[in-house]
Ligand binder design. Structure first.
Ligand code: F1P
Length: 287
């Protein structure tokens, strides 16, 4: 498996954070009304960016799956994330909208480069694996840098994340991932990694909503993975079910996602699966 793609995340986050002016100059500025769009992993990164941008007071920010952009909605800019630059729904969106578009991609010469008004090229973060890891997190690192965040602690935490033993976590029968605000996108992404790489059943929810039904499947041998700060009493509620709690309070939530990526790989390998080549999934979904 392409473990180097997971292992190089700390240096890539440092690179885009320190080089923000070089890479991210075209990104929206404070006060603009922004939509962020992508499919699959790229949608989840858009979700994380949108919540973080609003919470940092930088302006209204919505996130949509590529197919779900509401026609006629006004924004000052649309940030479109697509590693391949070929995903049908996001290309259709860019073709159909009159609004300014800023694409973030890893693929020079892809259709998105011609279609978008601006392109941010992160080709140095591209991947061989069908399953996205470093392109997604490097994109989010760049977006966080555009919001004024310094990624050096997150990068240091990701180095710690690369050393955490994941064997026991990979044995869990099922994991539900929870987040609040921007970490909800990370929770969805962590769940998708296990589904893609290891064909494993996972779910993801906003942490507060987890109590409204999903907690019913929690039991010994299954896990509840919490990104960011757990809401009051949630840890007690989960503990009472006997489920294993996974929470990295000392790590940046993006570093906890790196642990989740490694769990997905370990689980795939333990099941005899190729984590880079999920069944029924191609590098880019072209309809
Ligand atoms: C996104 C995508 C994901 C999928 C997989 C392959 O493509 O198709 O939806 O989960 O990771 O990539 P892209 O638009 O970012 O190239």
């Amino acid at each position: 498996f392409v473990s180097t793609e997971i292992a190089t995340q700390p240096e890539l986050w440092r690179q885009v954070s320190a080089g923000f002016a070089q890479y991210g100059g075209a990104l929206p500025t404070a006060g603009q009304r922004v939509a962020a769009v992508g499919c699959g992993t790229s949608w989840f990164m858009a979700m994380a960016y949108a919540a973080l941008r609003e919470d940092l007071g930088q302006g209204l920010t919505d996130a949509f799956a590529g197919s779900e952009f509401p026609a006629g909605r006004e924004y000052d800019a649309i940030v479109v994330i697509s590693r391949s630059g070929t995903t049908t729904e996001v290309l259709d969106l860019i073709r159909d909208t009159q609004l300014p578009t800023i694409a973030i991609t890893a693929t020079p010469g892809s259709p998105i480069v011609d279609l978008a008004d601006h392109t941010i090229m992160l080709d140095f973060a591209d991947e061989q694996s069908v399953v996205q890891t470093r392109f997604a997190t490097t994109t989010l690192a760049l977006l966080r840098a555009s919001l004024g965040q310094d990624l050096s602690q997150a990068a240091a935490d990701a180095e710690v994340a690369l050393t955490i033993d994941v064997d026991e976590l990979a044995k869990l029968e099922q994991v539900t991932y929870l987040g609040t605000r921007w970490t909800i996108g990370l929770a969805h992404e962590a769940g998708l990694k296990q589904r893609e790489a290891a064909s494993a059943w996972t779910e993801a929810y906003p942490a507060m909503d987890y109590r409204h039904g999903p907690i019913a499947i929690a039991q010994p041998g299954r896990g509840v993975w919490i990104f960011g700060e757990p809401p009051a009493d949630l840890l007690d509620d989960v503990t009472a079910t006997g489920a294993t709690i996974v929470h990295h309070p000392d790590l940046d939530p993006m570093a906890s996602l790196v642990v989740a990526q490694r769990v997905a790989v370990a689980k795939a390998l333990s099941l005899g699966l190729n984590p880079d080549q999920p069944r029924s999934l191609t590098r880019s979904v072209i309809l």
